[in-house]
Design a protein around this ligand. Structure first.
Ligand code: MF3
Ligand code: CO
Ligand code: CO
Length: 256
């Protein structure tokens, strides 16, 4: 779970690429664009940086993920599979999750953004989810435990009457996309693995307006809310240090 200096240097690079691609992809979101268009643009942006998608071909059980990004609209929580049939519409919210591999290391990050003008209720869901990530990151302190992150996220989300997804969790990230420790978005203070310097953690609250329960669509990937209520998702890859958490998924300077 602990990265050495060289591994951390490589994680900085892969995370910067992941953040740059995500920032550039966000700029393309508008009513009328398909999630397939966004996926192809993301694929090309990764290639331009000498990186590639860590999602493409990613195996869970006997399935391989067929796209380069995860794009999840409205009641879709995560792992939305881009499609030329899915056209973004004014008033939607869309989660873009970009996971790149660059020189053997992975960077993982996601945002949820509005498509055109959205309902104030959705604006608040998105804001509270983003805040819950920030509040969780602040607990990624050496000496704390993973449960301190989990608890802080859950508390913030539930104080606004929303629910945290339990079927999916954040994770360590490095040369592989999913490494220990698991980082649930619910839990107790002082519980779970101890946080030490040199951990690279993908913290990713998934927050539902209604029930925390989920179901998976027949495509085998797309996870949606069981009650079809809207859901938001934010993610950063964070390095733990003696001086506190450092967000690694920050775009490269000089990139548009
Ligand atoms: N980006 C996701 C995460 O945050 C994982 C992608 S799953 C895949 O962990 F199937 F798309 F690869
Ligand atoms: Co992700
Ligand atoms: Co992740």
């Amino acid at each position: 779970m602990i990265k050495n200096k060289d591994q951390i240097a490589r994680m900085r690079e892969s995370c910067a690429v992941a953040a740059t691609v995500l920032a550039d992809l966000k700029q393309l979101v508008r009513p009328g664009i398909t999630t397939q268009d966004l996926d192809e643009a993301g694929r090309d942006m990764m290639a331009k940086h000498g990186a590639h998608s860590a999602d493409f071909g990613y195996q869970i059980g006997s399935r391989r993920y067929p796209a380069h990004t995860c794009i999840s609209v409205n009641e879709e929580i995560v792992h939305g599979v881009p499609s030329f049939r899915r056209i973004l519409r004014d008033g939607d919210i869309v989660s873009l999750d970009v996971t790149v591999e660059y020189k053997g290391f992975i960077g993982d990050n996601a945002v949820t953004i509005p498509v055109g003008a959205i309902d104030p209720e959705l604006e608040k869901l998105v804001r509270v989810t983003k805040e819950s990530l920030e509040i969780g990151i602040r607990q990624a302190l050496v000496g704390n435990r993973i449960g301190d992150i989990s608890h802080a996220v859950q508390k913030h989300v539930e104080s606004h009457g929303y629910s945290v997804v339990r079927d999916l969790v954040g994770h360590g990230v490095g040369a592989s996309m999913h490494e220990p420790p698991e980082i649930p978005n619910y839990g107790r203070r002082k519980d779970g693995p101890k946080i030490k310097p040199g951990m690279t953690l993908a913290i990713e609250p998934m927050v539902n307006l209604g029930t925390y329960r989920t179901k998976t669509l027949s495509d085998g990937w797309t996870v949606v809310t069981a009650d079809n209520s809207p859901s938001a998702h934010f993610e950063h890859t964070v390095l733990t240090t003696e001086n506190g958490p450092e967000i690694l998924t920050v775009p490269l300077p000089l990139s548009s």
